[in-house]
Design a protein around this ligand. Structure first.
Ligand code: TPP
Ligand code: MG
Length: 345
């Protein structure tokens, strides 16, 4: 049976209860989001300066979802993302210079500079890839979760995807098999209201594109304010605990907004100005900073955290810009798993 609930009210009550008790965990959550924001703003600038080639899809405005879920996970858990995946890779702890190096096509990048922005991956940090084919990674995520189950572990897999993905067959196939096999997987829809240049509501039969369909596969669904990191973290902690204890899959739809266009090349002019302006007032980082100040955080300390995030990102890009591009002889390495292609017919 599907249970839809908006968690922001519960989280607001919890935040109120914690008034004056700003913890190191709270500050670290803010630092993570600030690092993501500074990183993507640096990408935006590098693109404008023609120092970066190829498509890049920014998650500016959506940071609270990646940050909240990552804070609820353990190192043994797994994450898979779409091409809008910089934030998720940063959230699981991949080094900023290696993420920047990959996006700039440098040999020091996470994937040796051969993947680029849309194909970031770091298995070492539990990140099993960003995928450019819409929906393609949902069945792959089921495979990762199935592996965790077969090995008898309590590892959880989190699969992030967009609202537009819910109109792709693979979404439905993945939810079905995850339910049938009772996989330890969380399907997290980052509902930013748009699929490329189309408003999802114009081409989708239900109001909540992911949550309203979960019942078809017997999945419980939660709806959360994706711009409220406290609410996301609370939902994520409960969902991760449920999946870890063997309860099977869950679906979470987090409502958010991408502040820019679909990709760095898209000005996003098809969106109404007042809609964009309204969502800018709901910026997740500003909202969280204000909440922390209301709870007694020292504004000077928050400024220092912001400055430190900016400096870390600057240093990472400086190191990546100075790194070499991959040797051409590397082009055919890392194509096959160990053992080469001998198994193919
Ligand atoms: C199978 C497939 N069809 C179409 C595309 C082109 N395409 C790239 S992104 C996108 C929109 C996806 O929207 P959504 O799932 O909401 O993710 P968002 O970009 O909003 O994060 C489309 C149609 C693609 N990459 N793959
Ligand atoms: Mg979308």
């Amino acid at each position: 049976m599907t249970r839809s609930k908006t968690a922001s009210a519960d989280a607001a009550a919890e935040a109120e209860a914690q008034e004056g008790e700003v913890t190191s965990g709270d500050l670290s959550l803010l630092a993570t989001m600030l690092r993501m924001r500074a990183f993507e703003q640096r990408i935006y600038d590098a693109f404008s300066e023609n120092k970066l080639r190829g498509p890049t899809h920014l998650g500016i405005g959506q940071e609270a979802i990646a940050a909240g879920f990552a804070a609820a996970l353990e190192p043994k858990d797994s994450v898979l993302s779409t091409y809008r995946g910089h934030d998720h890779v940063i959230a699981v702890g991949a080094p900023l210079d290696e993420v920047a190096g990959e996006i700039l096509g440098r040999a020091t990048g996470l994937c040796g500079g051969k993947g680029g922005s849309m194909h970031l991956a770091s298995a070492h940090h539990g990140h099993y890839g960003c995928y450019a084919i819409v929906g393609a990674h949902l069945p792959i995520a089921c495979g990762v979760a199935w592996s965790a189950k077969l090995r008898g572990t309590d590892e959880v897999t989190v699969c992030f995807f967009g609202d537009g993905t819910t109109n792709i067959g693979a979404f439905h196939e993945a939810l079905n098999i995850a339910a049938v096999w009772k996989l330890p997987i969380l399907f997290v829809c980052e509902n930013n209201l748009y699929m490329e240049y189309t408003r999802t509501s114009e081409v989708t039969a239900v109001e909540r594109p992911a949550a309203d369909r979960a019942a078809s596969y017997g999945l419980e669904a939660l709806v959360v304010d994706g711009n409220d990191v406290t609410a996301v973290l609370e939902v994520a902690r409960d969902a991760v605990a449920a999946a870890r204890s063997g309860n099977g899959p869950l679906l979470i739809e987090a409502i958010t907004y991408r502040q820019g266009g679909h990709s760095r090349a898209d000005p996003g002019d098809y969106r109404k100005e007042d809609e964009v302006a309204e969502w800018l007032t709901k910026d997740p980082i500003t909202a969280y900073r204000n909440a922390l100040e209301d709870r007694g955080a020292d504004p000077g300390e928050l400024d220092d955290i912001q400055a430190k995030a900016g400096a870390e990102v600057e240093a990472a890009f400086e190191s990546a810009f100075g790194a070499p591009v991959p040797d051409v002889l590397q082009a055919h390495t890392d194509v096959w798993a160990d053992g080469g292609s001998a198994w193919r017919n």
